[in-house]
Write a protein that binds this ligand. Structure first.
Ligand SMILES: Cc1cc2nc3c(=O)[nH]c(=O)nc-3n(C[C@H](O)[C@H](O)[C@H](O)COP(=O)(O)OP(=O)(O)OC[C@H]3O[C@@H](n4cnc5c(N)ncnc54)[C@H](O)[C@@H]3O)c2cc1C
Length: 269
């Protein structure tokens, strides 16, 4: 929608052009959220897409995803076949209640920065042990986990002027088996609970999103699905589960136990 308060657009070409971002600026990536509602007080846009960061860089250490990489580009990337966990990209995108038209425009970084509990890319990043590179406004860099960036319901830890530059997925996680299971009130409704299990054969790393306000990542040294499910619920305090239009906390606790057991069985079998 039109943002009538905007009188200027910054088209940065380098990091130096990002200096001087203030709280009345809108940092624009895909714009599917930023431009979807009125933002009175937003007088300037800083369009990250003109930085032309390479979408995906494959290295010996893993995959670097530019924050501005569209979700659709990530899903359809031609990546090493041994990176079996990349099936999670599309599975997570499908957990995003949005059509493929949104996928074309919405970016991986925008999804994480929006910090919604049902953030599809938030789930993927947390589950694959991502490190998020943040360009601080003061010129320094910070390498953070997903849980250090997504800290509340639609609340991220970035200060004014901080920009998420990229997301690094390590090869150790990319080469492990993964399974995503989700539940929602309606068949095509927004996810009420998303669970991702990942295993190296000896233990299971479980990530819970949507059911909880922020991503919960629990490593369980067991490959018994029911034991893993019980351990995950023991680990997450019940007040971390939330109630909103997409599910009550009690319902979410129940389905998470069921989904963790299912997803664990998928990666252990
Ligand atoms: C129909 C529909 C359904 C949706 N369903 C979901 C859903 O189920 N789950 C979900 O999570 N979202 C959902 N969304 C919201 C949104 O579309 C997505 O989260 C999307 O991935 C946001 O990415 P974007 O690139 O469009 O971000 P933008 O709209 O460009 O930005 C979103 C926010 O992040 C900030 N930002 C973006 N990139 C950076 C960066 N690199 N550094 C610092 N700040 C940055 C922006 O300033 C803004 O505050 C939905 C939207 C629509 C229209």
């Amino acid at each position: 929608m039109d943002q009538h308060w905007v009188t200027d657009v910054v088209l940065p070409r380098s990091r130096a052009d990002l200096a001087g971002i203030v709280d009345t600026d809108g940092v624009l990536a895909g714009g599917t959220s930023l431009m979807s509602e009125p933002n009175p007080g937003m007088t300037r846009l800083v369009d990250l897409t003109t930085l032309r960061w390479p979408d995906l860089v494959v290295s010996e250490g893993g995959l670097e995803i530019a924050a501005t990489c569209a979700i659709d580009t990530l899903i359809h990337a031609d990546l090493p076949r041994t990176w079996i966990a990349t099936t999670l990209f599309e599975a997570a995108a499908r957990a995003l209640l949005a059509s493929y038209k949104i996928w074309y425009t919405a970016t991986v970084g925008g999804n994480v920065c929006l910090a919604l509990p049902a953030g599809a890319m938030t789930a993927m990043c947390a589950a694959l042990d991502a490190r998020l590179l943040v360009w601080r406004a003061d010129g320094t860099d910070a390498l953070l986990t997903t849980s250090e960036v997504v800290i509340g319901n639609a609340v991220n830890s970035l200060a004014v002027g901080d920009v998420l530059r990229s997301i690094h997925l390590p090869i150790a996680a990319l080469t492990q088996r993964v399974s995503l299971r989700k539940a929602s009130y309606a068949h095509l409704g927004r996810s009420g609970a998303v669970v991702v299990a990942r295993s190296d054969g000896d233990s299971v790393v479980v990530t819970v999103t949507a059911a909880t306000v922020v991503p919960e990542v629990v490593t369980v040294a067991s490959v018994d699905p029911d034991e893993v499910a019980r351990a995950v619920l023991d680990h997450i305090p019940t007040d971390h589960f939330h109630t909103d239009a997409h599910g009550t906390a009690a319902w979410r606790i129940g389905v998470v136990e069921y989904l963790v057991a299912q997803a664990s069985r998928d990666v252990i079998a």
